[in-house]
Design a protein around this ligand. Sequence first.
Ligand SMILES: Nc1nc2c(ncn2[C@@H]2O[C@H](COP(=O)(O)OP(=O)(O)OP(=O)(O)O)[C@@H](O)[C@H]2O)c(=O)[nH]1
Ligand SMILES: [Mg+2]
Ligand SMILES: [Zn+2]
Length: 303
Amino acid sequence: MNRMAPPTASRCIITDMETGRIIKIVSNQYEVLCDSGSYTCVAMGKLRKGRSPIVGDLVEVEHFAKQSGIQRIHPRANELRRPLIANIDQAIIVMSCKEPDFSPSLVDRFLFQIVYHGIEPILCVTKTDLIQPKDSIHAWIQDYRDSGYQVYTSDKAEAPEGFADRLKGKISVLCGQSGVGKSSLLNKLNPDFQLQTQQISKALGRGKHTTRHCELHAVAGGWVADTPGFSSMDLSYMEPITLARCIPDFKDYVDDCKFRDCIHMSEPQCALREAVEQGIVNEDRYAHYQEIVALYQNQKRRY
Ligand SMILES: Nc1nc2c(ncn2[C@@H]2O[C@H](COP(=O)(O)OP(=O)(O)OP(=O)(O)O)[C@@H](O)[C@H]2O)c(=O)[nH]1
Ligand SMILES: [Mg+2]
Ligand SMILES: [Zn+2]
């Protein structure tokens, strides 16, 4: 029997590669969760020339003697621009009743971006303890429910009822302005969590950007990305015909317009506008859609 060791050359090509998911990026350090553990990795040279790895990416990691490096990014199932994250199942739009004030126009901007990228939206309205039972925000919440959206509500004490079940087995991302209570929501779901939270600035009436990085956390049997808050996003890239097709409460109507290239603004016999006029589709959401179309058209005019 030949007991000789395999030739050295073949030993050299055996590499220690593993697939993992990026759960956090700070400076140029990538935290990648693999089956064998969590590794702080660098991006290898050939990656730097192409697209950059982002949180949520599935990557091939090579383990060397003293460090681990990301060699390849798997193709992405989807990708959000703000917050920047890949491969997510659902995005939770977090909006507070007060501090900062509830804004349906901002909810819809988040919503449009999420559905445009093929991601399932969920709405979570926080700080219900700060409003009276007769506050008009309750009517807004009902409007979203009537339009077919899933809406959770929470107060200072409790995470929304049934919310933990919705996260199970999924990769989710929290989107919302600073100070709405995104990190607080995760702390409520898992008492072991101590994510930093901070009162909103009384002077400015808005958050102080307490969370600084996008990071996936294991919570409620799933993964949820806590993200830094923001309230402005560039949506002028969204192509109107495609956007209208992606909006869940619009899509049943857009195929019945007279013109196939109808962008549902002033074209005759527009089925979407008729549905709005009949009160079937929410007129505020339609107005918010029109704002995005105007942004798109302005941007096109400039180039
Ligand atoms: N009254 C009340 N306060 C809340 C509720 N949820 C969060 N807060 C408070 O709102 C403030 C901001 O909460 P955070 O969780 O830090 O907000 P955030 O969305 O993570 O903010 P950024 O990290 O800056 O994006 C904190 O003082 C929380 O205690 C709630 O349901 N009711
Ligand atoms: Mg936070
Ligand atoms: Zn139309």
